[in-house]
Design a protein around this ligand. Structure first.
Ligand SMILES: Cc1cc2nc3c(=O)[nH]c(=O)nc-3n(C[C@H](O)[C@H](O)[C@H](O)COP(=O)(O)OP(=O)(O)OC[C@H]3O[C@@H](n4cnc5c(N)ncnc54)[C@H](O)[C@@H]3O)c2cc1C
Length: 476
């Protein structure tokens, strides 16, 4: 540990990505300070979908039960552009469903998890700038205070100050359309609403929330000023334009707007400053992937950054964060572009939609598209090797329980059916489970703390090389 700094890592932004990253770093006793601009957590209740890979990660870290208590399980079918398809069979996960849950609840639970592990979160404090040198980063706050840390991570959302100050480009497409979204009371009867919503080809929707409150989503008239919240009159005008009635909407709880801009940061790391979550990638919310992607960035980055902080990381380890996660984000951007086309009313797009509706009846096509949205198909490029290399390992039955229960503390794991391999030099970072009965189609796998397969084999020298590659030199 480097005592010259009171803080190892400053995280700008306590959204889902920032809170998850703080918790992941705390698993490795990194001293973390999260600076969040807003005094109160966001009040508007956007229901988000957590998808299979995120649910798996939550199960791994012991958080899934708390999320399940606060959300609603929904079946997996129809995830890609709402094409009519059932859930594919053989998804190979006990968590093969989606969880609808308010985003502020996800943030609260992750923040509680991070603080319970020892992270400090300071609210009402915005990062306005920074300067980095060989030893660390000086972070500037909106009240003029300056803090020193070894690393700064920008988890400060789509308009990231950290990304802009870093001078990292954010190329892509600007918003072409905008959508109004809010919660309000409605004068029309449920029957009137059902008749209109059913016939309008997904151009708008009103979804009951209970207590007479509806979630209302309708296209905006134009791409407007995003800093100006929409008014109730904007909703009335647009509902009349697309539905022929404003449904008597009144008494809004909150009103918001979002666009379909699609952008990817040119770099995820410049020296001691990194980007994660929406600060690194934005895309339309279709398929419900942004939060999932950010949480998965955090789980990929946490253990690598921790190893650097503790001075035991192999040189190139931190660079694998961008090498692995940026292509995953690029793929998500592409699938949202494709889904947007499939939802267009243009004749060509409608023809492609009809064609894909036919093709998605083929199980393999359905599975491939579902794996894209749920992130269960992600394979990091770790070089040539068996099909499992670089992929997630499902939650297998192992001696004494299930695999994910062994990954709670964010350590590596050697799952060893040969029961003769050793990882003694890394026992402070990697657990060893000799288990000839493990339900595994390989002699031995080395799992990284994010649950991805780093090595497959049965040769001790080969294993030692890979332990050093991912976890640094042995101790003792
Ligand atoms: C309508 C809609 C529906 C969606 N549905 C889904 C869904 O179903 N599933 C899904 O996965 N995703 C969904 N998303 C996307 C998801 O909401 C975002 O991807 C997610 O919020 C990104 O998390 P984040 O932590 O990266 O950024 P944010 O949630 O934007 O958090 C950033 C935080 O940083 C703070 N901040 C900003 N600047 C500073 C600063 N300078 N200093 C300190 N703090 C700062 C902000 O106050 C904020 O708390 C949806 C988005 C929309 C618009």
């Amino acid at each position: 540990m480097h005592s010259a700094f009171a803080t190892d890592v400053v995280i700008a932004g306590c959204g889902p990505a920032g809170a998850m990253l703080a918790a992941e770093l705390r698993l490795h006793e990194v001293r973390v300070l999260v600076l969040e601009r807003e005094i109160e957590p966001a009040s508007f209740v956007r229901i988000v979908s957590l998808h299979v890979r995120s649910l798996e990660l939550m199960a791994m870290r012991g958080l899934l039960d708390r999320l399940l208590e606060n959300g609603r399980r929904r079946p997996l079918g129809g995830l890609f552009a709402a094409l009519p398809a059932p859930a594919p069979t053989h998804l190979d996960s006990p968590y093969a469903y989606q969880l609808g849950i308010p985003q502020p609840v996800v943030v609260r639970l992750l923040e509680e998890h991070a603080t319970a592990l020892g992270a400090e979160v300071r609210r009402g404090r915005a990062v306005t700038g920074f300067a980095q040198d060989d030893a660390g980063v000086t972070v500037e706050l909106d009240d003029g205070e300056r803090l020193r840390a070894r690393f700064l991570v920008g988890c400060d959302g789509a308009r990231s100050t950290v990304r802009k100050r870093l001078g990292v480009g954010f190329p892509g497409e600007p918003a072409r359309t905008e959508t109004l979204m809010g919660e309000m009371e409605v004068g029309a009867s449920p029957e009137e609403i059902a008749a209109k919503v059913g016939g309008a080809q997904r151009r708008f929707w009103l979804r009951p929330f209970g207590g007479g409150i509806y979630s209302v989503v309708v296209p905006a008239a134009e791409v407007g000023d995003r800093t100006r919240p929409p008014t109730l009159d904007d909703f009335r005008t647009q509902l009349r334009a697309v539905a022929g009635t404003d449904f008597g909407v009144h008494s809004p709880r909150w009103l918001s707007r979002f666009g379909d801009a699609t952008r990817l940061a040119e770099r995820y790391r410049v020296g001691r400053v990194l980007l994660a979550g929406d600060a690194a990638h934005i895309h339309p919310p279709i398929g419900g992937q942004g939060l999932n992607l950010g949480v998965q960035d955090a789980v990929n980055l946490g253990w690598k950054l921790a190893a650097h902080v503790h001075g035991r990381a192999p040189d190139a380890l931190l660079d694998t964060y961008e090498a692995e996660r940026r292509p995953v984000a690029a793929d998500v951007l592409d699938n949202t572009r494709a889904q947007t086309e499939l939802l267009s009313a243009e004749p060509g797009s409608q023809a492609v939609r009809r064609l894909l509706t036919e093709l998605i009846g083929i199980e393999e096509v359905n599975r491939r598209l579902t794996e894209k949205i749920t992130a269960t198909g992600v394979r990091y490029d770790l070089g040539d090797g068996p099909v499992l290399l670089g992929r997630r390992l499902p939650d297998l039955d192992v001696a004494g329980g299930r695999l994910y229960g062994l990954l709670r503390h964010g350590r590596g794991l050697l799952l060893d059916r040969t029961a003769r391999l050793r990882a003694d030099g890394w026992s402070d970072r990697v657990d060893h489970l000799p288990d000839p009965t493990a339900d595994l189609d390989a002699p031995c796998v080395l799992l990284r703390p994010d649950g991805h397969v780093a090595w497959i084999g049965d040769d001790q020298r080969d294993l030692d090389g890979h332990l050093a590659r991912w976890f640094g030199p042995p101790t003792g």
